[in-house]
Ligand binder design. Structure first.
Ligand SMILES: *Cc1c(COP(=O)(O)O)cnc(C)c1O
Length: 398
């Protein structure tokens, strides 16, 4: 494979790295990254096979171990998240599972923020607990609770910031300090911000998790995930992925590579549309509260200003009238897609209390602030006037 010319990449801006990092051309000279749809690779000779099987790290043998298209994505993601290495996985959940399997054993403790993705809670509560891993959940912004619960024996501290769907923001540098005091690793799910808006490794996190299914692809086409961090930690995760198989497919890696080329443009546009929609919703008489960290009186506003580049594409708001009003609003909209997914150019709308957070008890939902009148919008890239008009259809149906 031929290399890019020169050594400018390491000192280039992130926008450039999102487009250029990890590119390795074959002798064919293709401009766009090729997709290597092959399960295995052939060797020059028996000697070559023996050498590649046993010794040479990164030599192509079998696509569960390495694949050139997947490797391009791993290098590009590592460059963007400022990690030494990355491991791509079949989905975001596969990335979180791989981190757990690489670093946890019976008797270990995990402390996790309460408002993480539902399947992440399920993974810890239903599966890690089967193997004797103790799990404790704390409110994302309650620093006293983190200090109390992150005690000796804790191996992983896990959080998502900003939270879904209330946009709460954790002080990642403080959380890293609390984590490192007991020798644990801080794992941050950076799905909502992406490296275009927030780089947790520079704030003290040890491992960054991605659901590439969301903004990294950005157009709702494939499932994918990744972990990013030190070469040593990524080697431990790679060993699990190679042996146990939650590897990313080359086609999906290629789609995400193409998605990353527009990541910065998209994240700025998502954030700008969400800001406009949040400010507009704030003035609607039917709206009791708007949760968006770009609003100056939001809990996480000043923290988000200091650790994020923009405020992201996800907001939520509360209607007077509880579930009935929320369902009427949603059923009155026509443009926004009624789906629980997010991180897509298409705007999505959902009622968290009866979908994404439907499996929680009423008490758990109340504690987490998921009220019956709450609606989440993952703001896409349609024209803002059309999004406002669609919300007006929703308000008209109340
Ligand atoms: C979707 C999501 C995941 C899980 O990713 P999948 O690709 O669906 O497995 C994890 N974390 C967050 C924050 C998510 O939104």
């Amino acid at each position: 494979m031929t290399k890019e010319r020169g050594n400018w990449l390491d000192t280039s801006h992130p926008e450039t790295r999102a487009i250029r990092s990890g590119v390795k051309r074959t002798p064919e000279g293709e401009h766009s990254e090729p997709i290597f749809t092959t399960s295995s690779f052939v060797f020059e000779s028996a000697e070559d096979a023996a050498a590649k099987f046993i010794g040479q790290d990164g030599a192509n043998v079998y696509s569960r171990y390495t694949n050139p298209t997947v490797r391009m994505l791993e290098q590009r993601l590592a460059a963007l998240e400022q990690g030494e290495a990355a491991v791509a996985t079949a989905s975001g959940m596969a990335a979180i599972l791989s981190v757990c399997m690489a670093f946890l054993q019976t008797g270990d403790r995990v402390v996790c923020s309460r408002d993480v993705f539902g399947s992440t809670i399920g993974l810890f509560q239903n599966y890690m607990s089967k193997f004797g891993v103790e799990v404790c959940f704390v409110p994302l912004t309650d620093m006293d609770a983190w200090e109390r619960e992150v005690k000796p024996g804790t191996k992983l501290v896990f959080c998502e910031s900003p939270s879904n769907p209330l946009c709460e923001v954790a002080d990642l540098a403080k959380l890293a300090a609390v984590t490192h005091r007991v020798g644990a690793k801080l794992v941050v799910d950076n799905c909502f911000c992406t490296p275009a808006l927030q780089i947790p490794l520079t704030l003290g996190a040890d491992i960054v998790i991605h659901s590439a299914t969301k903004y990294l692809d950005g157009q709702g086409r494939v499932l994918g995930g990744a972990a990013v961090g030190s070469a040593e930690d990524m080697a431990a995760i790679t060993a699990f992925v190679r042996t146990c198989g939650p590897a990313m497919s080359p086609f999906n890696a290629w789609v995400v590579l193409k998605g990353l080329e527009t990541l910065f443009l998209r994240m700025e546009a998502h954030s700008s549309n969400a800001q406009k929609l949040a400010e507009w919703l704030l003035l609607r008489p039917q709206v009791v509260r708007v949760h968006y960290s770009g609003l100056p009186d939001h809990q996480g506003h000043s923290l988000a200003c200091s650790q994020q580049r923009h405020f992201g594409g996800v907001l939520s708001f509360e209607l007077e009238g509880g579930r009935e009003a929320a369902w009427r609003f949603i059923n009155g909209t026509e443009l926004m897609s009624l789906t629980a997914n997010l991180g897509d150019v298409k705007t999505t709308v959902v009622h968290p209390a009866t979908t994404t957070h439907g499996r929680l008890s009423e008490q758990q939902r109340n504690e987490a602030g998921i009220t019956e009148g709450l609606i989440r919008i993952a703001v896409g890239l349609e024209h803002i006037d059309d999004l406002r008009k669609d919300c007006d259809r929703g308000f008209a149906a109340l």
